[in-house]
Design a protein. Structure first.
Length: 126
């Protein structure tokens, strides 16, 4: 009896993760992104306390197009993380595991994060 050389599961480049897994993984990525963004925010607060010269430099950076894009991405990352953690809170209590509910909740998480980001950006950054 010979062993087959065919792998038991498809290669990662062939296998497509379900949306539920991608949203769950993105929550962990958002946690790291938020930690880095909070570091930049703390540096901005330190620049305010350091005087007008350093504050003007950080103000120019944060109000530039690049700074606004980064701030918008940080806001989206924050809302995506919060929305996903609310979903995980429901999961911790045993709700949301029937049928297509995890897939539907993934779409709700993405839609809520996108909607809250658009509202926040329209109100505060434009």
């Amino acid at each position: 009896m010979s062993l087959s050389k065919v792998p038991l599961s498809p290669h990662l480049q062939v296998y497509r993760l379900p949306l539920v897994a991608l949203v769950s993984i993105s929550s962990r990525v958002c946690f790291v992104v938020n930690a880095l963004a909070y570091t930049l925010f703390i540096m901005f607060l330190i620049s305010i306390a350091s005087g007008s010269g350093i504050y003007n430099i950080s103000y120019i950076i944060f109000t530039s197009i690049f700074g606004k894009i980064l701030t918008s991405l940080w806001i989206f990352s924050l809302y995506l993380y919060i929305s996903n953690e609310v979903r995980h809170l429901f999961w911790d209590f045993g709700y949301g595991f029937n049928g297509n509910t995890p897939l539907i909740s993934s779409f709700i998480v993405l839609a809520a994060a996108a909607l809250m980001t658009v509202i926040t950006v329209l109100i505060y950054l434009l």
